[in-house]
Structure formats: structure tokens, C-alpha cells
Design a protein around this ligand. Structure first.
Ligand code: FES
Length: 157
């Protein structure tokens, strides 16, 4: 989903000319659209009076910002050493099968983005998956369907 010019104006209205608000504005756009479209970055640069190169610098520095479209739900599977040796690869395979998208991709309906990472710093929970910020430790292939069903249930609520 891409923001309309009016949505961008609304998101930057209170911060016009306030350079220090850059990260907050980018966070607001990321929260609303799940990524930072190029036209949004150009609008932010103009509204805040910040060089576009600086806006891109911040947008690419923080891992929480994405310059490509992401799904409404983020599924992250760890394939760091501890998770890998305890079956993280099979868990990732199952997410790929169930979602019909390879790691790094987003489902065509924009609902899910599947990512793989190398260690989330919670190796005792290996193998680990994180979905929308919720940690699922000791993951197995068999648990993937339940995790995805939980998301759908939350979405319906
Ligand atoms: S290797 Fe997966 S959390 Fe550390």
C-alpha cells in the first residue's frame, strides 16, 4: 500500500520544519504502510527541510525500516547456529510451504512477509520464530500451522 499525498501531509503536518522529528515521522509512515515508499521519503525531506540523502541515510540505517513493501504480518525464522542445528531450516521450509512464498518475500495479498535472520539473541529458545513481535520458542514444523492460525484468529478479532 502506498500513501496518498493527503496522507503524507497529515503524517508530517505537526513536524513541518522540525528536523529532529525525522525518525518519528519515518516510524509513523512505516507503522501505517509497513514500508517507506520513495515518494514518502521525498515528501518527508521537503516537509522537514532535510536533504533527501539524509532521509535515506536514516531509513537504511535502522533495520526496522524497510524500503520495499512488507506484509501486514512479519514472520521471522532464525537460522543462526543454535536454531539451525535444532531444526530451524525445517521450520523455515514449513513457513515457506504454508505461505507459498520464499524467505525474503511477501505474499501477493500483502498479508505476510517471511524473513530469515541469523540469531535473535535468544538461543535458549532455539529453534525460534518471531511473528509480529511474538516469540515462539522450540518451534517445529508441526507448530507452524497453529502459529499462522493464531494470527488469522487475532486478525478476525
Ligand atoms: S541462533 Fe537463533 S536465537 Fe540465536
Amino acid at each position: 500500500m502506498c500513501p496518498s499525498p493527503n496522507e503524507l501531509k497529515a503524517l508530517t503536518a505537526k513536524t513541518r520544519g522540525r528536523r529532529r522529528a525525522l525518525i518519528q515521522v519515518l516510524q509513523d509512515i512505516q507503522d501505517r504502510f509497513h514500508w517507506l515508499p520513495p515518494e514518502a521519503l521525498e515528501h518527508v525531506a521537503e516537509a522537514l527541510g532535510v536533504p533527501l540523502v539524509q532521509v535515506y541515510g536514516v531509513a537504511t540505517f535502522y533495520r526496522s525500516f524497510s524500503l520495499s513493501p512488507r506484509g501486514r504480518h512479519i514472520c521471522t525464522v532464525c537460522l543462526g547456529t543454535a536454531c539451525h542445528v535444532r531444526g530451524g531450516g525445517a521450520v523455515l521450509d514449513e513457513f515457506e510451504r504454508k505461505l507459498g512464498v520464499a524467505a525474503g518475500g511477501t505474499t501477493p495479498d500483502g498479508a505476510y512477509t517471511l524473513e530469515r535472520v541469523n540469531c535473535l539473541g535468544a538461543c535458549a529458545l532455539a529453534p525460534l520464530a518471531v511473528v509480529d513481535g511474538r516469540y515462539y520458542g522450540q518451534m517445529t514444523q508441526a507448530k507452524v500451522e497453529g502459529v499462522l492460525a493464531e494470527i488469522k484468529k487475532d486478525r478476525a478479532a
